[in-house]
Design a protein around this ligand. Structure first.
Ligand code: PHE
Length: 453
């Protein structure tokens, strides 16, 4: 496909909603609120916002610059901007990371669908042991989770084959506002519960004494993951941006939406949890074991409301996961379509089929089988570890070096300022960040995640 014929997002809103759709995902719901509550409330939130500005935004803008300038898939983008050099490997790594994450992210997305059904049919009712057992039995079942994984990939497949404007942009314009409305409804219901104020206090009460080195490094890692950096998603989406799209402004808006959703997720979870005296945890057990119990108990007097809230919550989660999955799917689809010179439909089919197989193996590895467990970790955990803890920091690190040290400054400035039509007031600070600060922070995240610091 020649770059001149390349598809574009049609509207500014489409750009923002699609890219924010990638950023807003499970991480906003199952990790951020817990980190904030545990690590000093408002003090953590302030630090997190600092991390977003100093690390997340410069990395995001850098990927936008590469993607829009090259107007091609992530692997080719790096190769195009640095012909004949090993920098192309960074692009390939981005695509590989996106591809591998697609498979196992689809598994967890599929769990959300199962829970929509379970809420609808009232299967989550019962004592806490019942809910825990329900989750264990379901997630280790050899068939069910695979069906939902394939369904999620199938939905993202259908969106993607419709193209950028009619597929991804249109879907984002439907899904994202729906997600916001559901979020606000659940926040309102949760905050009105008796005793809910304790949850609000827990989330916001500033306690700087809890801010340690680990908290700071955790916030850095979370800002990186939450903004979908170094997975090829941002670079791929930016290749569909028009020349009018303001890269720094767009990045700021997306970061604000992502952070706002993360904070609102806290307001959805904590008041309900505290109203029934439950201290919330994080990760899959929070959303699949703790929260079903919380919703049930919190709305025990009004079971109909509890029913609707629980349904709305899993629907919201599924939407958040789906929009992230679409962006991941697109990374590999655009790669295969452009590199193998095949249609989007064929390329998407390759991705859907291969990722279904990866997802199936990841899901099976959670069952009671030892054959998919290596060195004490399931295949699922290995995918999570290799992509999240190894590939992501490496990709992000080299992307910063590429933009900060390798690309001509004129090219970077032209993209940043839309060829001189924007003031580009923060350009120097941005450049300082990508040259020095971000690579340093990413090395720190890397070492921290591996337990060295
Ligand atoms: N940013 C997403 C989140 O917060 C995670 C994600 C991972 C999105 C991979 C896209 C790709 O959950």
């Amino acid at each position: 496909m020649k770059s001149l014929e390349r598809a574009n997002f049609g509207t500014k809103l489409g750009v923002i909603l699609a890219t924010a759709g990638s950023a807003v995902g499970l991480g906003n719901v199952w990790r951020f609120p817990y980190m904030a509550g545990q690590n000093g409330g408002a003090a953590f939130i302030l630090i997190y916002i600092g991390c977003v500005f100093l690390l997340g935004l410069p990395c995001m803008i850098s990927e936008f610059i590469i993607g829009r300038h090259a107007a091609s898939n992530t692997a080719r983008a790096y190769a195009k901007l640095s012909p004949g050099t090993p920098w192309a490997i960074v692009g390939y790594l981005g695509v590989l990371t996106g591809f591998l994450i697609t498979g196992y992210y689809a598994v967890v997305s599929g769990w959300c669908i199962q829970y929509i059904g379970a809420s609808l049919l009232g299967h989550l009712h019962g004592d806490p042991e019942h809910v825990r057992h329900y989750f264990t039995a379901f997630s280790t079942n050899p068939l069910r989770p695979i069906i939902w994984t394939v369904l999620m990939l199938g939905i993202s497949h259908i969106v993607i084959v419709h193209g950028i404007r009619d597929g991804i942009e249109r879907a984002s314009k439907m899904f994202m506002p729906t997600l916001f409305i559901l979020l606000l409804i659940i926040v309102a219901a949760s905050c009105m519960l008796p005793g809910g104020y304790k949850g609000i206090e827990y989330l916001f009460k500033p306690d700087f004494s809890k801010v340690t080195k680990d908290v700071f490094l955790g916030a850095l890692g979370q800002s990186f993951y939450s903004l979908s950096i170094a997975m090829g998603c941002l670079c791929t989406f930016a290749s569909y941006f028009s020349r009018q799209t303001k890269l720094p402004g767009t990045a700021v808006q997306i970061a604000c939406i992502d952070t706002l959703v993360a904070i609102l997720a806290g307001l959805m979870i904590f008041p309900a949890a505290f109203s029934v005296g439950v201290e919330p945890d994080s990760g899959p057990s929070l959303i699949f074991i703790t929260l079903p119990n919380v919703f049930q108990q919190a709305f025990a007097q009004l079971p109909e409301v509890g029913y609707v809230i629980s349904l709305a919550f899993y629907f919201l989660l599924s939407l958040a996961a789906l929009t992230s999955l679409i962006s991941l799917h697109e990374v590999s689809t655009s790669f295969f379509s452009e590199e193998l010179h095949i249609s989007r439909t064929w390329a998407a089919t390759i991705v859907t089929v291969t990722c279904s197989v990866i997802g199936a193996f990841c899901s099976l590895s959670l069952g009671n089988t030892d054959s998919l467990t290596f060195a004490g970790k399931t295949l699922f955990d290995w995918f999570d570890f290799i992509t999240g803890q190894i590939f992501l920091p490496i990709g992000g690190f080299f992307t910063c070096l590429f933009v900060g040290w390798y690309l001509p400054h004129k090219l970077v400035r032209d993209e940043y300022t839309n060829w001189g039509t924007l003031r580009g007031g923060m350009f120097h600070s941005y450049l300082l960040c990508v040259k020095y600060l971000c690579p340093l922070l990413i090395i720190m995240i890397f070492l921290h995640q591996l337990g060295f610091i």
